[in-house]
Design a protein around this ligand. Structure first.
Ligand code: RIB
Ligand code: CA
Length: 341
């Protein structure tokens, strides 16, 4: 898929639908918005995911928790605050979380996002500060205070989510679903085997995928098929007011990495797809599959091992993204960004 070539068919399963009792991601309505918590490492695509979520009348962001990943925690936290200032949403709490993975050192991605984690257009100065509460505890408080079970939307390494599940078992049944961006059925992007979010903290991912909470995995197989092409990015930049101009600049920077690495005259917006999946039923085609996390392999640590052909007989623990209606995704994104104009 180079240049502006449309992607070929997504992952093709043998058409042998296997009934699964694993609940699919819920959806909200403008009259009854879905309560969500975004756990992120902004990050160009995390920033767009936050802006998309805040623009949706069918989603209610209870809070934003930040984790080290694309950049160090101080940077990802400051960027989350700047994105909220850009969106005019000083009402949304930001809680800083883990500064490193459960085990081992932190590895960031300056080659993708720049040292700041958000190189490119200037973002407004923060108008708020992070609350003093450690993110896993704030997440538990947001979940307990919600009138109904909450959907977690992790778009970075899963350290905060793992700590939440380990330290607050009392909220497990108040988590309706985990809709995460991470993993891959096929190729990796930080190693040949592993996708970045899972690779940064495989032990945390193992905890999250093994928690028994209904989960949707929006992996690279889907996000690499959700490319926003140059002309579409330019339209976003023209039509979305100040937010559109910033998003256009963020995507231009992000595209440069993908042009160098994949030859694409466009860019995926990985994290925004996890939000879009909650906003638009049927946007992403999924299958209920077993996903295990490799934590030992010399060349494969951080890999999501997806039993695509169901050869293990293990009970599926995730709805895994196979394909996406790219045009509908781009239209949904454009509608959200234009709402800020
Ligand atoms: O591999 C893509 C993921 O890693 C995205 O969430 C991006 O923001 C980085 O965190
Ligand atoms: Ca991210």
């Amino acid at each position: 898929m180079s240049g502006t070539a449309a992607p070929g068919p997504g992952i093709v399963l043998v058409d042998r639908p296997v009934p699964s009792r694993l609940p699919e991601a819920p959806h909200g309505t403008p009259g009854h918005p879905l309560p969500i918590v975004i756990d992120c490492d902004p990050g160009h695509d995390d920033a767009v995911a936050i802006l998309l979520a805040l623009a949706r009348p069918d989603l209610r962001v209870l809070g934003i928790s930040t984790v080290a990943g694309n950049a160090v925690l101080e940077r990802t936290t400051e960027t989350a605050l700047r994105v909220l200032a850009l969106a005019g949403r000083a009402d949304v709490e930001v809680a800083a979380g883990a500064a490193h993975p459960l085990e081992g050192p932190l590895h960031t991605a300056p080659h993708v996002h720049g040292e700041s984690g958000i190189e490119g257009p200037a973002l407004p100065d923060p108008v708020t500060a992070p609350i003093g509460e450690f993110a896993p505890h704030a997440m538990a408080r947001w979940i307990r205070a919600a009138a109904e079970p909450v959907v977690l939307v992790p778009t970075g390494p899963l350290t905060n989510v793992a700590l939440l599940l380990q330290e607050h078992p009392e909220v497990h049944d108040r988590i309706a679903h985990i809709c995460l961006m991470g993993g891959s059925i096929t190729e990796g992007n930080i190693t040949p085997s592993a996708e970045f979010n899972i690779w940064v903290d495989p032990e945390a991912a193992q905890t999250v995928f093994g928690a028994g909470i209904p989960l949707t995995m929006i992996g690279l197989d889907v996000t690499h098929r959700s490319i926003v092409w140059e002309r579409e990015r330019e339209a976003l930049a023209r039509e979305g007011g100040r937010v559109g101009a910033v998003v256009g600049g963020l995507l231009a920077y992000f595209q440069a990495f993908h042009e160098r690495t994949y030859g694409w005259a466009g860019t995926p917006i990985h994290d925004a797809v996890a939000v879009a999946h909650l906003a638009m039923p049927g946007l992403v085609r999924t299958a209920a599959l077993d996903v295990e996390i490799e934590t030992e392999g010399r060349f494969t640590r951080g890999r999501t091992v997806v039993d695509l052909r169901r050869v293990t007989g293990r009970t599926p623990n995730a709805h895994v993204g196979l394909d996406i209606d790219r045009e509908r995704f781009v239209a949904l994104l454009g509608e959200a960004i234009r709402s800020y104009a």
